[in-house]
Ligand binder design. Sequence first.
Ligand code: GCU
Length: 431
Amino acid sequence: MRTLWLWSFVFLLCPRADERMSMAQEANYDEAKIPPYELPDLLLTTGGEQVTTAEQWLKVRRPELLRLFEEQMFGRAPSRPVDLHWQITDEDQAALAGRAIRKQVTIYFSKDRSGPRMDLLLWLPKSVSGPVPVFLGLNFVGNHGTHPDPAIRLTESWMRDDDKAGVVNNLATEQSRGRDQSSWPVAEILARGYGLGTIYYGDIDPDFDDQFQNGVHQLYHGSGRGGPTPEQWGSIATWAWGLSRALDYLQTEAAVDAKRVAVVGHSRLGKTAMWAGAIDERFALVISNNSGCGGAALSRRRIGETVQRINTVFPHWFCDNFTQYNGREDELPFDQHGLVALVAPRPILITSAEEDRWADPRGEFLSAFHASPVYELLGQPGIAGPDMPPMHQLSGGRIGYFIRAGEHAMTKMDWEAYLEFADRNLVRSTQ
Ligand code: GCU
């Protein structure tokens, strides 16, 4: 993880599309060339015991599987910092022409307010009285990039340079306001009675291999304290940790129904949403969009991005232990259907895009299908059969699956599926 500066440098210089294209050229996309593989049985403990009851899953197998994912893939994160605290820096009760409440909250990870912190942008619908369910997701572009509202603070955190998008000297400029609003259809979400919370992922940990010195890692590593050990957090686990800290705040927000928070993310942040939902059972629903390798896609299929590729190009995303499985997917003590199953019995929606072959849509679907026995053991419907459903049709039960035409992106059409799935599954608690 710590020796691959060159790859990170190459990655920093690459515009995303070119980067994806060149990596994609060498990848296998041919189903016929997938080596034969056998998925680990989710309902068999490492000691060889068959899991036949919900209790056994919840008390024995789930904790065991969670620990394996933690130690071998994402890395263990610290618990909530004692000095975690927040300050509401902005509150507008009549935002978006009176349709929304907009809040901005700075969440500090330590007592020292000049230390690492993250900014949460929270939208709540004005039309609903009482606590509302909320979608919570990290964004790639800074909170100000998710919506054109001029009152949203420009992020001050490190950002990958992008002249055209208005990021200069690794800092966002006004020109980048609203640049990714198509990924965050705020008005539609609010109109359906949901709130939306979002945070720039680089507030928590800037997305490059910096030997774990910046972002929240400053508090735990750096200054001669040494980097993470091989089973400690990589960046995905760190971003997921940040989502949990945002949920710590949301639990104190009277206007939010914290028992109905859906964690959502696209691509690397879709992997992050899945891990956040697995490790933190307070998340009531999980949505993974185009999450691919290390997210919903089965690693053993080795279609598109592989374990070796992801560990090489993004050496900081996973813990060091995960590199043992480079080119050795069959030795993994789990596959990604296990990550889906860790969310059970809570609802999870996996969404794919037809042209996003790098993320292996079929592998994303098969994870959902192969996690179904765990849901069924817990009395919840999963995915009925191994055939992919038609496009543009939300299918499944408590595990949902949706595929749309088009490329790797989070679109309004994806959000329509999220909202429909949430309407079906994020039912108001009776207490
Ligand atoms: C790269 C990477 C993927 C990731 C994606 C993204 O394409 O290979 O694993 O999901 O970036 O986050 O945009």
